[in-house]
Design a protein around this ligand. Structure first.
Ligand SMILES: [Zn+2]
Length: 293
């Protein structure tokens, strides 16, 4: 994703009282054809920390950039060691009430499209099979040499064979699915290469310093263009890769609503701005709309 500085602290747009705000989002959804953009805040209730959100506070360290990953074998060793240690907990995470509510809204046509900044696969696991993974998915691996993709499950088996009892799941993990590890442990880690060509394997996710593939961006703009409104769920919109859709919708005169715990970089564009825990709020919305005549 494009490297983009964290937002300057801004005056949060006048936040409507939560009850009225949630009703405002309900009215927006009742009009149908709402595109949804989701972020890490939607997955925190599945046990995946949001390192930018209110529960994650400050990031523990700067995420590895695409340039570091591709330029240095040591960086790749560090990345894969941490990722290997944290992968099982991401793989075991399950969709929460928020993902399920989004799927109900999608199924009923109130939501026309789901674009997610998350790489945890939880929208798909909740049944939203057409959710667009803007930043890719951790369940796939791509070879930088031959371009082949393979499953992370397969790589996980290979890494376990190469590294025996390496796994250490005691450390905190972040939304990218990796953990902090002692240097000595990282130094002993053995990385796997592409089976087909011996090339460098990379998770099929967009790193910092890397662009989202253009066709995927175009597709997302089309989804926003085809919608009547845009609803942001659980994203602080700190990176431009998500914020641009909010700006695009606002410029086109479409209402933007934001449901997120804490302020966001898109607040100035939002007609409705609600700060509530996502799972309960989305469940209330979906139930209220399902009961509506
Ligand atoms: Zn290859």
């Amino acid at each position: 994703m494009p490297v983009d500085p964290m937002p300057e602290p801004t005056e949060a747009a006048a936040t409507v009282p939560p009850d009225e705000g949630l009703a405002g989002i309900g009215r927006l959804l009742a009009g149908r054809d709402v595109a949804v953009l989701t972020g890490a805040g939607l997955s925190t209730e599945s046990g995946i920390p949001d390192y930018r959100g209110p529960t994650g506070s400050l990031r523990r360290r700067t995420p590895m950039t695409y340039q570091e990953f591709t330029a240095s074998a040591e960086a790749r060793r560090r990345y894969w060691a941490r990722s290997h240690a944290g992968w099982r907990s991401i793989a075991l995470a399950r969709p929460n009430a928020g993902h399920r509510a989004v799927q109900e809204l999608r199924r009923d046509g109130l939501v026309s499209a789901v674009i997610t900044q998350n790489v945890d696969g939880l929208h798909h696991a909740a049944g939203t099979l057409d959710a667009v993974e803007l930043h890719g998915g951790l369940d796939r691996v791509v070879c930088l040499g031959c371009g082949r993709t393979s499953t992370r499950e397969d790589l996980d088996r290979r890494l376990r064979e190469l590294n025996g009892a390496f796994r250490d799941e005691s450390s905190p993990r972040n939304a990218d699915g990796d953990v902090e590890l002692p240097d000595a442990l990282v130094a002993s880690f053995r990385v796997a290469a592409c089976r087909a060509c011996g090339g460098i394997l990379k998770p099929d996710v967009v790193f910092f310093g890397e662009s989202v593939p253009k066709p995927r961006v175009r597709h997302c703009f089309e989804l926003v263009d085809g919608a009547r409104a845009l609803l942001v769920l659980g994203s602080s919109l700190a990176v431009m890769s998500g914020l641009r859709f909010v700006r695009h919708a606002a410029r086109a005169g479409k209402p933007v609503a934001i449901l997120n715990q804490g302020s966001t970089r898109g607040d100035a564009y939002a007609a409705v701005r609600v700060s509530l825990p996502l799972g309960p709020a989305l469940t209330e919305l979906a139930e209220g709309l399902a009961a509506a005549p």
